[in-house]
Design a binder for this molecule. Structure first.
Ligand code: ZN
Length: 206
């Protein structure tokens, strides 16, 4: 084993794995370590994101060229790291409504000003009340959006109409998904086909 190898190994085991329920809906994000335990206990199968083939633990370690090129190794065995697993027995959706929090609002609006479309760091964005609080506007999913410092200052205490602003998209309460717990750059590329957003887009209602 190379020096530094145990640390690298530990980091790989902490990488995220997407968990789908029995209906192939994303319900959770776990670590590679826990994902491999679930597959080993036969509570889940590993999903190949490209082919959607599923593998039990024994089948997975036998694959000659597994779909993911990263491995965890022990002296006796090497296992390709799963990026997606599907549960064998669980078909509930854990939670239907996303709680209104500042963090979740940033994730819903993807760190983007909903008036001018500028993406920015947390300190460059603020929560704007569409109908200002001074006019009775509530702090809710439907009345709050992210706005950059410039747009926020320009809008001031006016309504969208008075300020001549337009929203990029309607501010709705998002359905809870495991993606709400992760920033966009923490999601793996291979998860995109399982995202509810892309399902809706495929079905033409987005
Ligand atoms: Zn802006």
């Amino acid at each position: 084993m190379q020096p530094g190898e145990p640390r690298r190994h530990a980091a790989i085991l902490e990488r995220p794995t997407l968990v789908l329920n029995r209906s192939w809906m994303p319900v959770h994000v776990t670590t590679v370590r826990r994902a491999l335990c679930m597959v080993f206990r036969d509570a889940a199968r590993i999903v190949a994101p490209d082919t959607l083939a599923t593998y039990a633990f024994d089948e997975w370690i036998e694959l000659e060229s597994p779909p993911t090129p990263v491995f965890v190794r022990s002296p006796s065995i090497q296992v390709a790291v799963p990026e997606v697993i599907v549960l064998m027995h669980y078909d509930r959706v854990p939670c239907h409504e996303a709680p209104f929090t500042r963090r979740n609002l940033f994730l819903r609006d993807e760190f983007t000003c909903q008036y001018c479309g500028k993406r920015g760091a947390v300190e460059r964005l603020s929560v704007d009340h569409i109908l200002p609080r001074s006019r009775g506007g509530k702090t809710t999913w439907e009345n709050c959006v992210l706005a950059c410092v410039v747009c926020n200052a320009r809008k001031g205490d006016r309504t969208i109409k008075e300020a001549g602003f337009r929203l990029l998209r309607p501010p709705v309460r998002p359905r809870w998904t495991p993606y709400l717990t992760l920033r966009p750059n923490q999601r793996l590329e291979s998860w995109s086909r399982f995202a509810p957003e892309s399902r809706r887009r495929q079905h033409g209602t987005f």
